[in-house]
Design a protein around this ligand. Sequence first.
Ligand SMILES: [Zn+2]
Length: 402
Amino acid sequence: MSSGEVIDVVVDGERILHAGAGTARGVDGAEDGSGKLLLPAFVDGHVHLDKVLVRDELREHDGTLAGAIGAIHERKARYTVDDVRSRARSVIEASVQLGTTRLRSHVDVDTIGGLTPLEGVLAAGAECADIAEVLTVAFPQEGLLRDPGAYQLMEAAIEAGADVVGGMPHWEVDEASQREHVGLCFDLAERFDRDLDMHVDETDDGGVRTLEMVADEALRRSYIGRVVAGHVCSLAAAPQDYADRVIDKCLRAGISIAANPVTNLVLQGRQDRGLVRRGVTRVRELRAAGVNVLFGQDCIKDGFYPFGRGSMLEVALISAHATHLTSRSDLAFALRAVTEAPAQAWRLSDYGLKQGARADLQLLPVPTWEEALRLQPMPEKVWFKGRLVAESSVVSNLHRSN
Ligand SMILES: [Zn+2]
């Protein structure tokens, strides 16, 4: 645990039977993790597995969100289920080796790729069901009104197995269309009894305010605690009175915010000169208000972001830089943002180092969470549903002359 507390954890099958002070040492099959850090496995609450690893095949663009979306069009039109499956699978496997056993993947649903991205990610998730749990979000990347036919595809995606309803209201051409987009997403979610996880206001333009539309709709329909809003960059550029008002609405609606600083640090602020905006939402104010904030990987070597390797430890470190997290309580918040916060956003009741939780665990070769963040080690061991699914060891020798 991050606190430095010494505990024993007893696992029975897929579940944690006991976590706390105890006497498990000496028991048959017991493992001694003394001096090491045992954490629940990470949860990546926001990733796009359909797009991962396509970067080398894309044309260069201006580095903006619109530039990236345009560059991916041509590649997306050529996706095959097998192509998406194999790229997604390699990232799921890498993520597990780096301590993540639960991933929630947005998958593009539009008239360019149809249901191919979803089918590819579902196939990868099924192939990796022995090492990880992958949930899918049907994500209308090209808009719903801007892309006629996308809404019908969204319905088909839910029927084909997508777990969560996505959205991208700020991508529509005007405010009326944005509002209609939000309403359509909630209609779909209510009809199929699904949670919502929408891309919201991923722009530097403080005048774009679909977060308030989403919060108002959640409150109006009593969809409390069932909505995640991702990115929410424009909130940082909006006036303080708007930010205060909408943060309060998010809190009342139980909306979780998936801040994705890793990608937005490079994607936003492209037009700024001099003082360049960070493109990151108001994490400090959201946290102070008590809103559930998580950090996601978002992108891995795609049109939006050239880096990423499925390491939530890396995501936490970069996000800590982007959002001024340095004190001990700040760093505990960063840990929460890649563990308990996404678990809360998913409404998981069986997550964590506690009795009855699913035994998704990782053992890191450092004594504390602060050292894990600083040194970025691979976990020595990762367990999924109580089964050891990844092991790693690093050998590095220093050859001195004396
Ligand atoms: Zn995203």
